[in-house]
Design a protein around this ligand. Structure first.
Ligand SMILES: [Fe+2]
Ligand SMILES: [Fe+2]
Length: 273
């Protein structure tokens, strides 16, 4: 019997050479402590909604917002679209428009945090993943170790506030549900944080069943009229929700493009910062 065990051990020895563990990228977590920020997800530059972007910048200026959180798909990388490359925006235009937007943010915000979305990933995919996210952002004026802008090669970042929020801001590409909150709730079951997701272009906000955490979809800043494929075929996707979140004094405020959800006049002229 013993000799049989020995033989089996010998036969399984090859498995020892197979113990190659991949790096744990979650340890490279981008962590921020702040009570002041604007969360812009799915800007899809240059296809963003100019009117909504201007409003977001007015809100940022009025409330002296310190940080801008770019929650993935900040760039569209439209020339590499799998939807047939119908989008009229070329790469020069995308770079030029994105640089201009970032220059404006540089004037308005003390810090910028930018995580990877599946649209930025298109750029890396097209080079067979030989280049990284940091190489893409260099094209739009973000230098390596730029003190103003911190990027993450991961598609999530953690934000903690003095009001007790501990939020994972995430762009969960590869997951899509037509139901707002479904993906965010799914992630909140396996992650211990409040969860704010982009990617799906929905906007909704609720709490976990025990009421202790926030679960939300932040919305998109896209102008669907600038995305050609959207007008050339039908999908089951619900209408994209154009909006953003403000974090002011550690509290979350959702803003939506629809007038019946956000009274711009009230926010810009009546509310004291
Ligand atoms: Fe997106
Ligand atoms: Fe996305």
């Amino acid at each position: 019997m013993i000799s049989k065990d020995k033989k089996m051990k010998k036969d399984m020895k090859f498995m020892e050479d197979n113990d190659i563990i991949s790096p744990d990228y979650s340890k490279q977590l981008l962590e921020i402590n702040s009570d002041s920020g604007i969360i812009l997800s799915d800007v899809h530059s240059p296809c963003y909604d100019s009117d909504m972007m201007q409003f977001a910048m007015q809100i940022a200026a009025k409330f002296k917002v310190e940080n801008v959180f770019l929650n993935g798909d900040f760039m569209d990388c439209g020339i590499w679209s799998n939807h047939g490359g119908f989008d009229p925006q070329d790469w020069d235009n995308e770079i030029h428009q994105t640089e201009q937007l970032l220059n404006l943010y540089r004037k308005l915000f003390k810090k910028c945090y930018w995580i990877l979305g599946n649209h930025e990933l298109r750029y890396m995919r097209e080079t067979g993943y030989r280049v990284k996210f940091k190489h893409l952002v260099r094209q739009v004026g973000i230098k390596e170790n730029d003190p103003w802008c911190t990027i993450s090669e991961n598609s999530y970042m953690r934000l903690q506030t003095s009001t007790g929020l501990d939020i994972m801001l995430t762009h969960p590409y590869g997951n899509y549900s037509n139901k707002p909150l479904a993906t965010a709730e799914g992630i909140s079951i396996v992650e211990p944080y409040s969860i704010i997701v982009g990617h799906e272009h929905h906007q909704a906000i609720t709490t976990s069943p025990d009421g202790t955490r926030v679960i939300a979809n932040v919305g998109t800043m896209i102008d669907h009229r600038k995305v050609a494929y959207k007008t050339r075929k039908h999908t089951r996707h619900r209408k994209w929700a154009v909006g953003f979140f403000l974090i002011h004094r550690g509290i979350i405020y959702p803003f939506h493009k629809e007038n019946f959800l956000t009274d711009r006049e009230f926010w810009l002229n009546n509310v004291k910062p």
